[in-house]
Design a binder for this molecule. Structure first.
Ligand SMILES: [Zn+2]
Length: 301
């Protein structure tokens, strides 16, 4: 039996089919490129914001730094809750001088003599930052004014030593004392931790008007709110746009602080998430946020 010849499609139809095939091939060819641009960031990384809840967790963190190629960590005080912050941070730096950047704790930012205590610490030459200073933290019922004259002295002392001041200041309230502080102390550099718990639109104005403000993205991971992204989901587009608009003004950090966060599996998840999120930024921006901005700010050679 002779099969009937299939009718040949008209020329227009053939063009359509050919076009569809070319389009499909292009998609197949482009897929690896698209995937590559979304690969986790592989470059150098500084954790610009973490804490020790006790001296014992340090080795677990250093082991995770080695697994995830984190070159340095800035260890900060937790704002008066732990009396031994200075000793623990100093001991960590002594044990891992190539990895630990010491932050000088500021336990009582409006307290009498705080500025001169900070002056003495920074004068030792051991520190590259001051903080974390808790200016406004709703969960701890802390509500200080960043433009309080006593804190102004702290900012001036830090500026004299060229040390940025990392502050926790939730900007969710309509009125904020942060901007007056930035403008009264233009030589002081303030690093606003955790994105200030603010909307990107609010930060956009602050960053635009105040060149002495930087923002750390620590503690904005999938376990907390506000967050940059869920554990598997994409980087929030409004944050992505803001970071790309001010690529020199953001720092990455992990903000480990509680003993449970130092479980190796938890650290692996947090650090994998961090590199995944950085991988969603253009490579040049990712490297600034992950490393170059912090290296400049904390004078890493
Ligand atoms: Zn912190």
């Amino acid at each position: 039996m002779t099969p009937l010849p299939l009718p040949s499609p008209p020329a227009g139809e053939r063009m359509k089919v050919r076009g569809a095939i070319i389009f499909a091939l292009l998609l197949i060819l482009a897929a690896p490129l698209a995937a590559a641009s979304q690969a986790p960031y592989q470059g150098p990384l500084i954790d610009a914001h973490s804490h020790l809840p006790n001296p014992q967790v340090l080795e677990a963190y250093v082991a995770a730094m080695k697994r995830h190629n984190v070159g340095k960590v800035v260890l900060l005080g937790v704002g008066g809750v732990q009396k031994q912050d200075v000793e623990w941070i100093a001991a960590a730096a002594k044990r891992h001088p190539d990895r630990v950047i010491q932050g000088a704790p500021v336990p009582d930012p409006l307290g009498q003599g705080q500025a001169s205590k900070l002056d003495a610490l920074l004068g030792s030459g051991q520190y590259r930052a001051a903080g974390e200073v808790h200016v406004r933290q709703e969960s701890r019922k802390i509500d200080r004014r960043a433009d309080d004259p006593a804190f102004g002295q702290v900012l001036e002392v830090a500026a004299k030593h060229g040390a940025p001041v990392v502050i926790h200041c939730e900007l969710t309230a309509a009125a904020s004392s942060l901007e007056p502080a930035l403008q009264k102390h233009p030589k002081a550099v303030i690093v606003l931790a955790h994105g200030g718990s603010a909307e990107p639109a609010m930060l956009e104005g602050l960053l635009g008007r105040n060149p002495n403000l930087l923002v750390d993205l620590s503690g904005m991971h999938y376990q907390r709110t506000p967050r940059l992204a869920s554990e598997k989901g994409p980087l929030d587009p409004a944050w992505k746009a803001l970071i790309e608009k001010f690529p020199d003004r953001f720092l990455m950090g992990i903000d480990v602080w509680a003993p449970r966060l130092f479980e190796p599996a938890t650290l692996d998840r947090l650090l994998a998430w961090t590199r995944r999120i950085l991988g969603e930024l253009p490579p040049e921006v990712a490297q600034k946020v992950a490393y170059r901005n912090a290296a400049r700010l904390f004078r890493v050679e």
